[in-house]
Structure formats: structure tokens, C-alpha cells
Design a binder for this molecule. Structure first.
Ligand SMILES: Nc1c(N[C@@H]2O[C@H](COP(=O)(O)O)[C@@H](O)[C@H]2O)[nH]c(=O)[nH]c1=O
Length: 152
């Protein structure tokens, strides 16, 4: 990770940093299958489990970090197909977020063709990880959603 990112790359992560609207922790709810989730993070974490009561417990968390903590538990079994379905689940929820809320949508569309990177030091799957070499899956989802919004 360069100290001074190139201007063509947009980094986001914490709610106190620029482009916080792009984070799954940002306070933009999503209706998925007629159920309202306070943030994308709440929805994503809950989908890890088949247990309906546990999903509801995650949905009711007052903060996304609490929802994430419940989703990180391995006391309860993850749904067995989680690795196969997680990318699509994330894409669906992120798309609904940006279709639902004008403020993050306008911000996303204002980024032109810039590369978008989740600057998550501890996450080399959804983010770029500590050294910047992570897969940045969430960044690619945001860029795909941006393309789709342009067409719509
Ligand atoms: N933004 C953000 C995080 N990143 C989010 O964590 C999620 C990954 O969860 P998992 O697949 O269970 O490891 C995913 O939504 C990713 O965007 N994590 C944090 O602890 N704080 C934060 O501010």
C-alpha cells in the first residue's frame, strides 16, 4: 500500500474516512426477500447460517461490528455451501444498497472509472489486505455495480 495512493484509485474502509459510504458498515439498509437489514454487513453475516433464530439475532444487532462478531463465531456451523455462495450474496446485497439509496449511488457514479479498493488491513479476500496484494473482491463488486447502475 503506497502512503499516497494514486489519484485514479479510491481507497475506503473506516466510517471516519472518505468514501465511507462504500463500506458495508455504512448505515444504508437493504430489503432482501422482504426483510429489512440495517446494513449490508448485517445481511451478509446472517447469510452464513441456516439457523433462522440466529439470523434474526444478527439482524437485530444495533451496530454492524456486533453483527460481524456474531457472524465470525464458529460455535454454530456455517452453511456448508458458504464458500460457493458468498460472492453472489455480497453482490446482490451491495447492488440493492446502491439501488435503494441516492447518496451512496451518486457518490459511486461520481467516481468515473477509478479503481475502488477496500483498504482492509486484515482482509485479503474482500479487501486488499495489509500489503495491498489482496483480492479486493468488494472493490470489484462496487465497480461492477457502478457499471450496472450506468446502464440502468
Ligand atoms: N469495513 C469493515 C470490515 N470489512 C467487511 O467485513 C466483511 C467480511 O467479513 P468476513 O467475510 O466474515 O470476514 C465484509 O463485509 C467486509 O467488507 N471489517 C471490519 O471489521 N471493519 C470494517 O470497518
Amino acid at each position: 500500500m503506497p502512503d499516497y495512493p494514486e489519484s485514479s484509485t479510491i481507497y475506503f474502509y473506516a466510517q471516519t474516512d472518505p468514501y465511507a459510504e462504500f463500506s458495508n458498515f455504512a448505515p444504508y439498509g437493504v430489503a432482501m426477500d422482504d426483510i429489512w437489514w440495517p446494513t449490508v454487513e448485517h445481511y451478509f453475516q446472517a447469510q452464513k447460517f441456516h439457523d433462522v433464530d440466529y439470523r434474526e439475532q444478527i439482524r437485530r444487532c444495533s451496530k454492524p461490528k456486533d453483527a460481524k462478531a456474531l457472524g465470525m463465531t464458529r460455535k454454530l456451523a456455517l452453511r456448508e455451501d458458504w464458500e460457493q455462495v458468498k460472492d453472489q450474496i455480497m453482490l446482490d446485497a451491495v447492488r440493492v444498497k446502491f439501488q435503494t439509496h441516492p447518496a451512496p449511488r451518486d457518490l459511486l457514479l461520481s467516481t468515473g472509472t477509478a479503481e475502488i479498493v477496500e483498504n482492509a488491513p486484515m482482509d485479503a479476500y474482500w479487501g486488499c489486505g495489509l500489503d495491498g496484494s489482496g483480492l479486493n473482491k468488494l472493490g470489484y463488486i462496487l465497480m461492477a455495480v457502478r457499471n450496472k447502475l450506468r446502464i440502468e
